[in-house]
Ligand binder design. Structure first.
Ligand SMILES: Nc1ncnc2c1ncn2[C@@H]1O[C@H](COP(=O)(O)OP(=O)(O)OP(=O)(O)O)[C@@H](O)[C@H]1O
Length: 597
């Protein structure tokens, strides 16, 4: 369960500029354009919101002093032009106008909130799709170095962290910031001294709290990230190894192994939530006291209630917008900082692993007319002390039947993986006829011509027919080819006589369970479905009883002689009928020709 260095971003604390730059870099150009569009919308909404705050001033002035209408001014002119006969009706009209601006402002806000939610969620969707595609198109060797739980975590968890805890809070913070700046400007116009005081006290308080806590937030964000990684590892290992866990009675051990990181995860989340919320209550008290002080101050400086009331109303109403706004900016920034390690990891994967530019189609098989040749092939696994295979010289003529034998750990699977083009030689080269097997496209075409039966057959939760024609869309399944392959793998009789539903019976997770031997034969049928020129079997018959193995071997034997067959076997008698025997000992090959028995 040791995570590789690649999975663990350094615990350094990153500034906001670096976090946002990383987010910007992983966005597609259209997403960047849309982000700018949403930002414009946010600014417009802020403008409308400011307008709705400011519109309270004329209304309150009128309430305080209706007689002002006869003294001209902006309101007086509006009154004269409106054709309304009484001051009271005009007051009502202004009241409705203010309400309309408020409702409009809120409607606009809702619309913007919807655009932000849509934008962030669609970005999340697109990032997940890009990650799935990028991971799947990595060379096979890549999967040897990463824990399989990493993929589900990145695709399903980290992406939503980035959208919900970085992009969405950033948009929210921007919208609150713009509103605060606009309303702040209005306050400065109304009373610069008081406005300055409000900005210094509230803004200063939040900034101080944030600066004091930012180190704690960054560290707990890192702890959360690492704890989450462990949670995924334990869950995936626990259920993948359920048989061993049951047999060894390790249920409680695994549950306890999960509990540790799960608790750390929960505690850091709770810590972050409280850090985001805590200043609100104390600052609300300060703000409330501030409003009281302000009323007294304004009454003192403006002498009459009539003069003071509109400004008091403006500040009170502005405060009612600014205070939650500042709180939201602060909470967003703490959330973003807390989620920073996630963007590091995702940015690394998305920038270093490019998904294929176009969808990759099933390649046309590379033909083999003469022979496969290994020239001085050496292969060493990453981080391994010595090579798994050394200076392999091997020629497999087309149509040959090759048996690969050797003690466990000698390098048989490595030889097969090289032959399959899943891994490439560290030194030397492999040739098909005279063409070297290298480059993505050649290797894809090479693999397309090989039917491969692994030791462990993966059964999808699908029908038997779909499992034989694995991965093909349902409408493209060739039923005749499915049956031909099943017959060759000695599976046809079982399917039609014993499986209710025959070829349409569901097998796998929620369907009929297959025995080890049946699984193996299904794997062989799957490999034969595409009628490949080369068939590679990795201990494919070791799970079968000798009678079934003989029948399968006889079926393989009966395949046309043009087909090249390479099989790894533990039992020597499995490879008796091969015409070449490759023996591997500690990564070194010896080849002997056999006369068929
Ligand atoms: N992913 C890997 N990373 C590092 N070393 C590996 C890896 N896979 C295999 N090896 C090492 O390479 C050597 C050859 O392994 P390989 O799986 O090819 O043996 P094998 O002959 O197929 O064994 P078996 O019959 O037990 O399946 C072994 O020493 C093994 O420890």
């Amino acid at each position: 369960m040791k995570p590789s260095h690649k999975e663990m971003p350094a615990a350094r604390s990153r500034g906001f500029a670096a976090i946002f730059r990383r987010v910007w870099e992983i966005l597609e150009p259209w997403q960047r354009r849309r982000a700018l569009g949403v930002s414009v919308l946010i600014t417009l909404t802020a403008l409308v919101e400011t307008l709705s705050v400011v519109s309270i001033v004329p209304f309150i002035s009128l309430v305080a002093n209706p007689a002002a209408l006869s003294k001209g001014g902006l309101l007086g002119t509006a009154y004269a032009m409106s054709g309304v006969t009484s001051e009271r009706s005009f007051l009502l009209l202004v009241g409705f106008a203010v309400l309309a601006v408020l409702v409009l402002g809120n409607a606009f806000k809702t619309f913007t909130a919807w655009r932000i939610a849509l934008f962030t969620n669609l970005v999340g969707h697109e990032l997940s799709v890009r990650l799935v595609s990028a991971y799947l198109s990595q060379p096979y060797a890549f999967f040897l170095t990463r824990h399989s739980a990493e993929f589900a975590k990145s695709i399903l968890d980290e992406v939503s962290q980035v959208t919900n805890r970085i992009i969405q809070p950033a948009m929210l913070a921007l919208s609150r910031l713009v509103v605060t700046v606009f309303i702040g400007a209005v306050l400065v116009a109304a009373d610069p001294l008081v406005a300055l005081l409000v900005v210094v006290v509230l803004g200063g308080a939040y900034s101080l709290i944030f600066l004091a806590l930012r180190g704690v937030i960054a560290r707990s964000g890192q702890v959360r990230y690492e704890a989450n990684q462990l949670r995924y590892h334990v869950v995936s290992e626990g259920f993948a190894g359920i048989k061993e866990i049951k047999m060894l009675g390790l249920e409680a051990v695994y549950a306890a192994r999960f509990a540790g990181p799960s608790e750390r995860f929960a505690r850091t989340q709770a810590g972050n939530q409280i850090i985001s919320l805590a200043p609100r209550h104390s600052l609300e008290a300060i703000a409330f006291g501030g409003v009281l002080g302000l009323v007294l101050y304004l009454l003192d400086t403006r002498q009459t209630l009539e003069n003071a009331l509109p400004v008091v109303a403006l500040f009170a109403f502005a405060g009612y917008r600014i205070l939650p706004g500042l709180q939201e900016i602060y909470a967003s920034l703490t959330t973003i900082r807390f989620a920073a390690p996630t963007i590091e990891a995702l940015h690394r994967d998305l920038t270093t692993m490019r998904p294929p530019a176009e969808p990759v189609h099933i390649a046309a098989p590379l033909p083999l007319t003469r022979a496969i040749r290994f020239e001085k092939v050496t292969f060493a696994y990453p981080n391994a002390e010595r090579p798994a295979l050394r200076a392999v010289e091997l020629e497999i003529p087309r149509g040959a039947r090759v048996g690969v034998v050797g003690p466990t750990g000698s390098g048989k699977s490595t030889l097969i993986d090289l032959l399959l083009g899943l891994i490439v030689p560290t030194e030397g080269r492999i040739l098909a006829d005279d063409g070297p097997l290298d480059g993505d496209e050649t290797l894809r075409r090479w693999r397309a011509g090989i039917g491969y039966v692994p030791q462990h057959i993966f059964i999808a939760d699908e029908t038997v027919a779909a499992n034989i024609a694995f991965g093909r869309p349902h409408q493209a399944i060739d039923r005749a080819a499915v049956e031909r392959a099943a017959r060759a793998a000695q599976l046809h009789d079982f399917i039609v006589n014993e499986l209710p539903g025959g070829y349409d019976a569901r097998v796998g997770e929620r369907g009929v369970r297959l025995s080890g031997g049946q699984r193996q034969r299904l794997g062989i049928a799957r490999a034969l479905y595409g009628d490949p020129a080369i068939l590679v079997l990795d201990e494919a018959t070791s799970a079968l009883d000798s009678a079934t193995e003989d029948a399968v071997m006889a079926a393989i034997d009966a395949l046309d002689r043009d087909r090249t067959i390479i099989m790894i076997a533990h039992r020597l008698r499995t490879v008796e009928r091969c015409d070449m025997r490759v023996e591997i000992k500690k990564g070194v090959l010896s080849v002997s020709q056999q006369t068929q028995g």
